[in-house]
Design a protein around this ligand. Structure first.
Ligand SMILES: Nc1ncnc2c1ncn2[C@@H]1O[C@H](COP(=O)(O)OP(=O)(O)O)[C@@H](O)[C@H]1O
Ligand SMILES: [Mg+2]
Length: 328
């Protein structure tokens, strides 16, 4: 039997009120779930609404942005309207998030150790001395061999990869059930990228977490994710189990993403990239949001935005080429 979801996002809409006449619909009716222990990837080009989805879950949307519709449940608990004090407690304890550039999430004026110690004192009510020992243990757990030294170092003294390891140590310090990683390896060298992804998967298994992995690079997640959600123009356009999505890709946009990946077998650099750009969130077309870039576009696609069609229990696609299927 399928486990009930850990996280369940339902019809989420997060809009930015830019000025009197312009509303940026950054996230525009997104639904998905993450089960305990599962690795779910959200992919899509820059500007498709991935980060705003994650920040909405964390209640970290700032003005002029606002979650205007939908619900977010952690197990059975609605968390989109939690008072800020309760949300602060939940962030860290139950959901932790790591970002592309750990320099912005780490405080430059405190040592790595200090920042982990703070988390442990605040969330796990540890004594200072005990927390420092635990901080060193955590740094060792994430593969930092000089943990006794690194604990006394400042963020700028570490390499990008080491900083991301330290961020992961901080994120797992309170044993969250869900780790959200927004482009965690985008700023890193290719060789380090794989190490950090491997580490996250190792930590996920060791600490029994679920992982929501956000990236613009379908190539990065294909071997790590159980399920892949493809976003475009603030909406989900395709979702399936990872293997199925890669094998039987249905949405023309997902096909485009796959075709633009470097081909590892033959020695070619890049196949064609998808022409054009993601529509701006304040100026979305009324029809399919991928219409002007789609090689299969029909007249109908220009008129109305297609709903999500259900190809099978685990596979949905927002495209009129699948009109004969049931609407989800
Ligand atoms: N603070 C903001 N004010 C106005 N628009 C925003 C803001 N943050 C994000 N957006 C818009 O929301 C859309 C989605 O952004 P984002 O979620 O950051 O995309 P992604 O993470 O997929 O690259 C983009 O069109 C972006 O311009
Ligand atoms: Mg982003």
């Amino acid at each position: 039997m399928k486990k009930p979801p850990l996280l369940s996002v339902n019809q989420l809409k997060t809009h930015f009120y830019l000025d009197k006449n312009r509303v940026a619909k950054a996230v525009d009716g997104v639904s998905f779930t993450v089960s305990p222990g599962e690795t779910v990837a959200i992919v899509g080009e820059s500007g498709s609404g991935k980060s705003i989805t994650a920040l909405s879950i964390m209640q970290l949307i700032e003005k002029p942005g606002k979650v205007v519709e939908g619900s977010i449940h952690l197990h059975d608990k609605e968390i989109s309207n939690l008072p800020s004090k309760q949300m602060t407690k939940l962030r860290g304890n139950e959901i932790a998030m790591i970002f592309q550039e750990p320099m912005t999430a780490l405080n430059p004026v405190f040592t790595i150790g200090n920042q982990i110690v703070e988390m442990l004192r605040k969330h796990r009510k540890m004594e200072k001395k005990q927390a420092k020992i635990e901080a060193i243990n955590l740094l060792k757990t994430v593969g930092i061999s000089r943990a006794e030294e690194v604990v006394n170092e400042y963020p700028h003294q570490l390499s990008g990869g080491m900083r991301q390891r330290a961020m992961i140590a901080m994120a797992i310090s309170c044993n969250p059930k869900l780790l959200i990683a927004d482009e965690p390896t985008t700023a890193l060298d290719v060789t380090i990228q794989a190490q950090i992804l491997d580490l996250m998967v190792e930590m996920k298994e060791k600490f029994n977490m679920a992982l929501l992995l956000i990236t613009h690079d379908l190539g990065v997640v294909s071997e790590y994710a159980d399920r892949i959600i493809v976003m475009y123009g603030g909406q989900v356009v395709e979702e399936a189990k990872a293997k199925e999505l890669l094998r039987t890709t249905e949405h023309p946009y997902t096909k485009g993403l796959l075709e633009s990946l470097p081909n590892l077998k033959e020695d070619v650099d890049r196949l064609g990239t998808i022409k054009g750009t993601v529509p701006p969130a304040y100026d979305l077309p009324s029809g399919c949001r991928f219409y002007d870039r789609c090689p299969f576009a029909m007249e109908k696609c220009k008129q109305t935005n297609p709903p999500l069609y259900q190809i099978n229990d685990n596979h949905t696609v927002r495209c009129y080429l699948h009109e004969k299927e049931d609407i989800k």
